[in-house]
Design a protein around this ligand. Structure first.
Ligand code: KIV
Length: 292
């Protein structure tokens, strides 16, 4: 399969609403570096999230909590350089937006000014809907995120599906409605039962992107390393792998190591040439130096 024939116009918030209205599914992926961004660009995805999942996938932290604003901004700038068309969203790290509206606005502005993001994402409802409202009013579009919110997974009882009791399902619904009411342009639903998604979808007027939330959302998102099988340590139920790149990469590096050890690499095709007369002149120069 070759690259997706690209409609070169950048994806806007309006475009996402139009897609929702037309029933055209929205394709979203995460990306954390320049090569991944340019692959997402060539594949014609609609939205690229510089997710705080970078904490686990590329920075080696155990969960998403430790990643800092400076760390994610460096990744976001690399993604920016690889993207022209998809809408680019920066994921506000834990601890950068919860304390006050001022903190939230300042963090959102850093994503826009220092990394060229078009929007930011934050997790949770309740007070976080107010943070979303403040960021939107200060000029930056916000994507919400409800259900399993990894930054507060401990409080939710770990990395598990949410909304499986009537009370918890009601809370997820309330959070989604509060974020919509706060002015979010879109919301991620993560790890909730399909039946609950269907029920909330009846009340949503903005594009909803699902991850482990069933087929009735307006689009889907997968984490880059999960989708491509680069990380094989952890595979949530909702992940579909479209490649097994980790094994492909291990096999390639093993083959390289074997070639180096047996001197099969480099071969003549990897070598630079020099004119024989230049080597002859070099030998003469060296000979003169030795006899001087
Ligand atoms: O950080 C992330 O990758 C996310 C997606 C799962 C939506 O928040």
């Amino acid at each position: 399969m070759s690259s997706h024939p690209r409609e070169q116009r950048p994806v806007t918030l309006l475009k996402l609403s139009e897609k929702r209205a037309l029933g055209e599914p929205i394709v979203m992926v995460t990306a954390y570096d320049h090569p991944s961004a340019s692959i997402a660009e060539d594949a014609g995805v609609d939205v690229v999230l510089v997710g705080d999942s970078a904490a686990n996938t590329v920075l080696g932290y155990r969960d998403t909590v430790p990643i800092t604003m400076d760390e994610i901004l460096m990744l976001a700038r690399a993604v920016r350089r690889g993207l022209k068309t998809p809408l680019m969203v920066g994921d506000l790290p834990f601890g950068t937006y919860e304390a006050s509206d001022e903190h939230a606005i300042a963090a959102a502005h850093r994503f826009v000014k220092e990394a060229g993001c078009e929007a930011v994402k934050l997790e949770g409802g309740g007070q976080m809907a107010q943070r979303a409202r403040a960021i939107v009013e200060a000029g930056t579009p916000v994507m919400g995120h409800v259900g399993l919110t990894p930054q507060t997974a401990t409080a939710l009882g770990g990395y598990r599906a949410q909304g499986r009791t009537a009370e918890r399902a009601h809370q997820v619904l309330e959070d989604a409605l509060a974020l919509q009411e706060a002015g979010c342009f879109s919301i991620v639903f993560e790890a909730i039962p399909n039946e609950l998604t269907d029920l909330i979808m009846e009340r949503m007027e903005i594009p909803v992107i699902g991850i482990g939330a069933g087929p009735s959302t307006d689009g889907q998102v997968l984490v880059w390393h999960d989708l491509l099988g680069i990380n094989d340590a952890f595979k949530p139920k909702f992940v579909k792998r479209y490649a097994e790149l980790r094994q492909t990469m291990v096999d390639a590096v093993l083959e390289y190591a074997e070639d180096v050890r047996t001197r099969a690499f480099p071969g003549p095709e990897h070598a630079y040439g020099v004119a024989p007369e230049e080597m002859e002149r070099l030998r003469e120069m060296l000979a003169k130096r030795t006899h001087a």
